[in-house]
Ligand binder design. Structure first.
Ligand code: ZN
Ligand code: ZN
Ligand code: FE
Length: 764
């Protein structure tokens, strides 16, 4: 029977080849009607014998990159369509859809890129409806070429032919381009030390990299600095020029198999590496030719596969011999200075990096919205977790429970992201960085404005961290959305997990991180809460310790080591420090100065930080005394763990849930004095923290009668700690909830703030 079906779809359906897919399927089923992008998604009408079959087939097997959140189907009276068309997008309607993330080059495009008979042979901006830039080039919705940074490139006849041909795989591929009509590469060579005489910019860059040069390369979401990872001198030069002593560099290798030369890769990790989003995946190192300078003392490599045609050409350009690829592995690190946002603009790159890069590979397709590479790790249980959620994931919405007014949540001042809520969609910004930096603040403001405009979001509620000194706190106050809702830092961490898992009832939350403003005015960080979206009760915490010198204590783990040794040994502290070689290493003067300020609250505020405990032990073991980047001491401590070592140290939990590790510190010191290996001590220390977490979480769970346990906070980026804590809590029969879609570090707290703000707004 001839039928007419109207299908209304919401979800990620624009910029993912949805309309051409529908077109082909409809024509294949001999149906008539139309498909059109709408502000909220896609509308389809089909008319013909097989309308019902079409609906089933489409909803069962939508295009690979799309995700359908909601679909409604109506069967209506016949209209007598004459053909099937892709309708022009309507204008002047309130935008509220989401935009697809930037997607790595697909297999079809890769084949064409390397096929000498294809008209896009070696064209570094090849893309199609299934791949290429999206988020980074979009300026307004609907997602049409005129609303992207490709608007300045009129299509040539050949490209237009493909764009309008429903049978073509580039049908309505908005960034479609070719050598004739699209963006082009330029090589900028400010450093005359290198000379190149190559036919194309790509070939020149390959030669430069082979000579050990450092090249600034414009990617999809921003600029990278690239050098040959197997050239120790090049890596050393990059570290020196970038003033980056030890923080690990990410690498790019041509294939999963080439990654295997440098790291152990499980099936799940392989899936992550090769996903169309191509994040950096943290993988356990194996012995290889890679200079140890690349990873700088942590036990893993951050590896990713090439994700743009340009990246592929660096490995596979046919000049010379490209089989095997030109490079086994390249260091590919974001080009910005520490704390600065990703660099997106040609002039800015050349201006800021002239002292760092020997050459620049530039192009004229503008990056409208920048994003850093995303970083993920696959947990022991196979679930991926984010260290940073950015390129390849923004601005795909997360679904949350409930509906209500639009919300803007400003996040925290470190590792900042913001979250916008519209309906049941949570839109996370890309990773911004540290807000004390002027450039980062501007990046934040620009993204907030752009994303609000593109998605038509008018926040009626602002939410931010309760820290009165946070810049994000001040910005939220001035947002025009009224008095902001203040959310305690660790509550927000717990809420980020609740938002992800749509939890609303009381749960036990264990939040371990470095620093957060506490409700009692102290600095919190090792927290056991009973939390729900309306509020929380503090059920326990790591014992307060003085932070000698305040912020300096986070920078210098050796200060925390002295504080912990004083706490554990009292009057015997001097002897203990002497015995572990501290006096010799840091000098009596330094130790005396620290001892003097420890009792003075003005100079040594109190903190229950979990991060600082790891710092202290790292320094007692002489692993890291002074951090050159955030988290270094804890990361290098984790890296030395001997996995086969067993055992743990004593700790005490007193009335009121105060966790005291002085027994553990005493034992660590005595093991150091006895010459026990660091691998064993590090393992025992981690086991102690795990035991303490399990012990107190169980007590709180039993007392409150709650079976749901939440784990969050940046300290849980530690794989050994997280994997073992999850495993043991599950063995005890508890329901364990963790961050899977946003980072457990401060990059995820804006989601928690946003989620709770809706609940709290109802109460005020
Ligand atoms: Zn493609
Ligand atoms: Zn063209
Ligand atoms: Fe935090």
């Amino acid at each position: 029977m001839v039928k007419r079906a109207k299908i209304t779809i919401r979800g990620t359906v624009q910029g993912v080849g949805f309309r051409p897919y529908v077109f082909k399927m409809a024509v294949g089923c001999a149906l008539k009607g139309y498909v059109a992008n709408t502000p909220t998604g896609v509308d389809i009408e089909v008319e013909g014998e097989d309308a019902g079959g079409f609906v089933d087939q489409l909803l069962k097997r939508p295009p690979a990159l799309s995700s359908i959140e909601e679909a409604s189907v109506e069967f209506l009276p016949l209209k007598g369509y004459e053909d099937f068309t892709i309708r022009k997008s309507p204008v002047n309607t309130a935008p509220s859809t989401q935009i697809a993330p930037d997607i790595s080059i697909c297999c079809d495009c890769l084949n064409e890129l390397l096929d000498p008979n294809n008209r896009r042979y070696l064209y570094p901006f090849i893309n199609c409806t299934n791949c290429g830039p999206r988020y980074s080039i979009i300026k307004a919705v609907p997602y049409d070429r005129k609303n992207t940074t490709m608007s300045g490139f009129p299509m040539c006849e050949d490209c237009r032919g493909e764009y309008v041909n429903p049978e073509d795989r580039r049908f309505h591929a908005e960034p479609i381009a070719c050598e004739k009509c699209g963006p082009a590469l330029v090589l900028d060579l400010p450093n005359r030390h290198y000379t190149v005489a190559a036919a194309t910019p790509i070939e020149s860059v390959i030669r430069l990299l082979k000579q050990g040069a450092i090249v600034g390369v414009k990617g999809i979401g921003g600029f990278h600095l690239i050098c040959d990872a197997l050239n120790g001198d090049a890596v050393k030069t990059l570290r020196k020029r970038k003033k980056r002593q030890k923080k690990p560099f990410a690498m790019m290798a041509a294939t999963v198999d080439s990654c295997r030369e440098f790291a152990h890769i499980s099936d799940k990790e392989e899936v992550m590496l090769a996903s169309p989003r191509h994040p950096i995946v943290l993988l356990k190192q194996r012995d290889s030719l890679i200079s140890p300078l690349v990873s700088g003392g942590v036990g893993y490599h951050g590896l990713m596969l090439p994700y743009t045609p340009l990246h592929y050409l660096l490995f596979y350009h046919p000049s010379g011999s490209s089989n095997p690829p030109h490079f086994k592995s390249l260091v590919v690190t974001s080009a910005n200075h520490p704390g600065d946002p990703v660099i997106t603009d040609n002039d800015e790159a050349v201006g800021k990096l002239s002292g760092v890069a020997d050459a620049f590979l530039l192009h004229n397709r503008d990056i409208y919205m920048g994003s850093d590479d995303s970083v993920v790790r696959v947990r022991q249980d196979g679930i991926p977790m984010f260290i940073r959620r950015s390129r390849g994931y923004v601005a795909e919405a997360l679904l949350i429970d409930g509906d209500g007014p639009d919300v803007a949540a400003y996040g925290g001042d470190l590792k900042n992201t913001f979250t916008l809520l519209k309906g049941n969609h949570a839109l996370l910004s890309p990773y911004h960085g540290d807000m004390e930096n002027q450039g980062t603040m501007e990046f934040f403001s620009r993204n907030l404005k752009n994303m609000s405009e593109i998605f038509g979001i008018n926040p009626a509620i602002a939410a931010c961290d309760a820290h009165p000194g946070y810049i994000t706190h001040a910005m939220a106050k001035e947002s025009g959305a009224g008095r902001p809702i203040l959310i305690q830092h660790h509550h927000a961490h717990a809420l980020s997990v609740m938002a992800e898992h749509q939890l609303t009832a009381d749960a036990v939350a264990v939040v371990l991180d470095g620093t957060g403003y506490g409700a009692d005015g102290n600095i919190w960080g090792g927290e056991f809460l009973i939390a729900n979206p309306y509020g929380f009760k503090r059920a326990g915490h790591f014992k307060y310790m003085p932070l000698p010198g305040g912020d300096k204590a986070a920078k210098e783990p050796r200060r925390m080591a002295v504080a912990y040794v004083v706490d554990a040994f009292g009057n015997g502290a001097g002897g203990a420090l002497e015995a572990i070689g501290y006096t010799a290493r840091h000098g009596g003067e330094f130790i005396d100065a620290i001892l003097k300020i420890i009792p003075v609250r003005e100079f040594s505020p109190l903190s229950s930080s979990a991060g600082r405990l790891f710092d202290a032990v790292s320094s007692i073991l002489a692993i890291v005394d002074i951090n050159t980047y955030e988290g270094q001491a804890a990361m290098e401590l984790e890296a030395v763990i001997s996995p086969e070592a067993v055992g743990s140290y004593p700790f005490r939990i007193s009335e009121g849930g105060i966790v005291d590790f002085s027994g553990a510190i005493e034992a660590v010191v005595s093991d150091v004095v006895e010459g026990i290996g660091r691998g064993k001590i590090a393992a025992c220390f981690h086991n102690t923290v795990i035991n303490a977490v399990i012990d107190l979480a169980m007590r709180v769970s039993n007392t409150a009668g709650l079976r749901d346990v939440i784990l969050s906070g940046g300290v849980f980026q530690n794989a050994y700690l997280l994997d073992n804590t999850i495993r043991r809590l599950k063995m005890l029969g508890l329901n364990v909830y963790t961050n899977e879609k946003v980072p457990c570090n401060d990059g995820g707290i804006s989601l928690g703030q946003a989620y709770a703000a809706r609940f709290m707004a109802k109460e005020r």
